[in-house]
Structures are given as C-alpha cells and as structure tokens.
Design a protein around this ligand. Sequence first.
Ligand code: EPZ
Length: 418
Amino acid sequence: MQKILVDGGAVLHGEVRVSGAKNAVLPILCATLLADGPVTIRNVPRLHDVRTTIRVLAELGARVGDEGDGVVTVDPSTVHSHVAPYELVKTMRASVLVLGPLLAKFGHAEVSLPGGCAIGSRPVDLHIKGMQSLGAEISVENGFIKARAERLRGARHVFDIVSVGATENVLMAATLAEGRTVLENAAMEPEIVDLAECLIAMGARIEGQGTGRIVVHGVERLHAAQHSVVADRIEAGTFLIAAAMTGGRVTVTHARPDTMDAVLDKLKAAGAELDCDGDRITLDMQGRRPRAVDITTAPHPGFPTDMQAQFMALNCIADGVSVMNETIFENRFMHVNELLRLGADIRIDGHTAVVRGVQKLSGAPVMATDLRASASLILAGLVAHGATTIDRIYHLDRGYENIEGKLSALGADIRRID
Ligand code: EPZ
C-alpha cells in the first residue's frame, strides 16, 4: 500500500503545467461510442479513472489506442456488447455515462447501478428520468439499469435538480434522437461545454451548452473527429491554493482562467495577488498568511464542490474564522476528522463547517477517504510542522496526475513511499 510523505514548511515557487480535466475526459471517452469512426482525444490526463473508462470501452468491444503521450484514439466500430459490468462500474460511477451513448447508438444498454461512494449515495434517478423523456423503456433489476429504445425521440426535459452527469448522459443520447430536444435546468459546468464541443466536432447539432438551457437537433449519425480536452480547473485551483497556503508564488500554465472565476475570487478574498495572462495564472502571496474566507458550494458558475476540501485546508491556517457550506453532496466533510488530527479547529453542524484558523498545524499520520479529501490532506501537510503521511492514496491517483512530482518541482518536500 503506497503512502505519501510530506515534510511541511517549504514555500512554493515556480511553474506547474495543468493536465486535461478528469471530469471532461470521462464523458468525452464515453461519447466516442456514438461515432461511426475513430475519435482521437488529446490532452488526456494519466489518471486511474481514465484507465478504468478505457477498460469499460474495451469491454464493450471498442478498439482503444493509447499512444501514451496524452493521445487516445477510440474506434467504436467494433463494439459488440452493450453491457457495462458491475466489476468496472462499482469502481467508478462515471461509467454510468455509457448509458446514453449505448442507448442512442445501439437501441439498448445494460449498465450496472453504480454503488454510492464515500461522499454520498449518488443516485442516478435523474439520468433514468432523462432517458425516459426521450422515449426509452427502462427497468432497474438485479442491480442493473436495462434500457431499450427503437429510436429515441427528441423532447423537452426539465431536470428536477442540476446534475452534471445526468445533463451529460441525456445530452449524449439526444444527439442521435429524432427531432429536437430542449434540456432545461441543465448543468453549466465547463466540462459540459467541452463535451458539447467534442460532440459538435463529431457532427452533433447543439446550442446553449454552458447555459441552463441546451437545445439539441438530432442527427442520423456522428462521425470520426479529433478533440483536445479542456484544462482541469480543479487541479489548477488545487495548486493555486498550495501556493497561497505556503505564502509562495506559483504560475499554473495551460489553464483556463475563464472557467475559474469563483475560485479565483475567493483566493483574492484570502489576500492573494492574482495575474491572469492567457493560459497562465500567477498567484503571489508574498509570504503573507491567508485571510479566512466564507465558502458556499453551488453548481457552476458558483464555487465548485470539488474545491471545498482544498479551500478548507487553507481556512485551517488562515487568519480568522470561516463558515463553509456544502450544498451539493450529503457527506463531503470526511476530510474534517483527518484535518483535526493535524491540529485544525473545525466544528461541523450538518452541512456547515465552522473553521477557526490556527497559527500552525502539526504533522501526523492521516488517511484519505475520497479524491478531493486526499488533496486537502496533502495541502495541510505542506504547511504542517514535521512529517505528515497520507494513507490510501489510491483515491488521489483517480484524479491527480503525479501530484507529488508536480508539487516537489515547486519546492515541496513530498514523496511517495511504499
Ligand atoms: C460530477 O459528479 C463530478 N464527477 C463530480 O466530481 C462533481 O463533484 C459533481 O459533478 C458536481 O460538480 C464527474 O464529472 C465524473 P451531480 P456527478 O450529478 O455528475 C444528486 C470529483 O471529485 N443526483 O452533479 O455525479 C447527487 O447525489 C467528482 O472529481 C441525484 O440526486 O454529480 C448530488 O447531490 C466528485 N440524482 C447532486 O445531484 C441523479 O441522478 C449533484 O450531483 C444524479 C445526481
């Protein structure tokens, strides 16, 4: 079992390149099933979840070429199965995103119900309702979603609540449905815009992506295409918080600052100086201690839930008291107990955490519980006095490409140990 060892105290300086977005490349890989020729995807991050998704596509019969330099080509013309097995879906709930493409392209799909995960039960009822709006017959039995449809028909569909995955699944299905589909109360995340742009490159007719109302005109078929994955705004935000917490000066490159307004605003409120120049974002803390900042997570363009744990690490050592509300997931405070072990002062009341900034944290052995919680523990370790070891870092490898390599290049004393 690998662990990460961090010796706190280094002030981070330098440049770090941001990888392609995990939460864009996963739906985009699933979307390749819709094409009748090979789709080449560039800027693919080296992540465990990407490897899992590639295994799901291969399991369905697609030919997947991973050139290794961040370029992956998927040829779906050899797909022979329409069943996404539990063994794979249970390890990554995003596998449910093959449902829409399989249903739209082949007329039927069997996808294992994804288990819950650490941060919440994570149902897929909104995905199912969306497919039913497009005319699919769906039954849920023996732990499987079984969907059939001769030909999906375009429809107007209002999502009960904003859901990134459900918006993506129904958007993909609608591209091959007969007629016009209007999706209301759609999620507006930049990763959905990126998915839509990939689908448009494949011949789909989509408008309104990035707004709450997406309109799709169904087409007969989608063709081969190329697409480069948008920069990962969560990875970028994580490195900027590392710079702010250590009082350093860091530039993230190959980023998309236009997708990060809420996070950049909160970093400014914490006292950071920020300069955006094209795809480069420079944060300079000039050795200052961050100020405490209140956070309430919300669907895009609000403050992303995927940055809540990381910003809590900053608030743990900030000057002042902050109130943090997690409104998206029901159980996304599991990093709190581990931060308390490092000497943080946090009190939870339901979906709200009150964080009193302390002068210093002290290193200790801690345990990762989910992807973004692992990142927050690494951030806390960067400033804690002494050594912090983080266990169960397989969570981390799902969503961060070589985080310890990137952080040590910025001056952090961090390494992976067996
Ligand atoms: C995506 O998950 C991301 N994952 C998550 O990132 C991210 O936290 C989340 O969107 C919110 O931004 C990927 O893109 C692969 P939702 P998703 O559907 O699509 C409820 C990370 O760390 N809901 O927008 O699963 C759900 O329980 C991961 O990178 C239903 O009730 O999130 C949640 O409370 C974690 N029924 C809320 O909606 C449904 O059918 C928002 O979830 C679907 C969702």
